[in-house]
Design a protein around this ligand. Sequence first.
Ligand code: 0X9
Ligand code: ZN
Length: 300
Amino acid sequence: RMTWKQYHRLEDIHGFMDYLAKTYPKIVSVNTIGKSYEGRDLKVLRISDGKPTNKAVFIDGGFHAREWISPATVTYIINQIAENFDEESDDIKNIDWYMLPVVNPDGYEYTHLTDRLWRKNRRPSISRQCIGADLNRNFGYRWGGRGSSSNPCSDIYRGSRAFSEPESRAVSDFIKTSTANFTAYLSYHSYGQYLLYPWGYDTAVPPDHNDLDFVGKRIAAAIETTGGSKYTVGCSSRVLYPASGGSDDWAKGQGIKYAYTIELSDTGRYGFILPTSYIEPVGRESLAGIRVLASELNKP
Ligand code: 0X9
Ligand code: ZN
């Protein structure tokens, strides 16, 4: 059974998603968009009232295996919206929500069983020299540039080419072939409490960076009001570091206007090993941010 008092294994997360689809078949559906290298499902849950005028938002988590607060937060958001959909605001109901809590299921399971601090996926490099590519260096927008490595043993190994990994390929294929009107893309990571927008590949900013900054600051304000956590909002290559091949840059390149990477709590005391007592507060304040995003997307 799903709770937000502990970190769950992949099987529990998938079981929870299937349960919601079974319980609320009119608004919730689950779609397997591909398989990981080791053959695990990549499951996207959709929440929608089916209005053809709806905008769509894609939310993912679990790119990096050790960032356990990320899948926990995405499932928190899923649960709140799915279980209370009828009572939700029109801002929430006017959006089709697509959520993939675990982009990197092989890595996620590996952190539960073998190495708590594993980051990458689990596909061996061609030379079999080392295991795993950094899925957030494997996307095909300015792939191969700054902040990524060609060394298969590096934690920021970019893979042998753009979309060489089944997990990043599945995400991009799904978004590209979907008929949904994606206007926002959110990728939850940890840690540091940052709300980051493109570009990540270099210190340039997109032409509409003022819009991304404005909405980002409104999301951050809602998070702080709700739970007290302070988030730094800014262009990721400037406020964090340049890193190319990220999913946010690729989403922005696809024309998805509001593309963000959100680095959840904390700021370093516990880092990746965030105590379970943080799951609910981080979920609550993140949901407040989602509500503000929804209200911004519904403005004419
Ligand atoms: O380095 C990353 O992939 C992200 N930080 S993390 O500590 N979770 O690994 C930040 C990615 C920001 N976006 C881009 N650089 N495109
Ligand atoms: Zn990460």
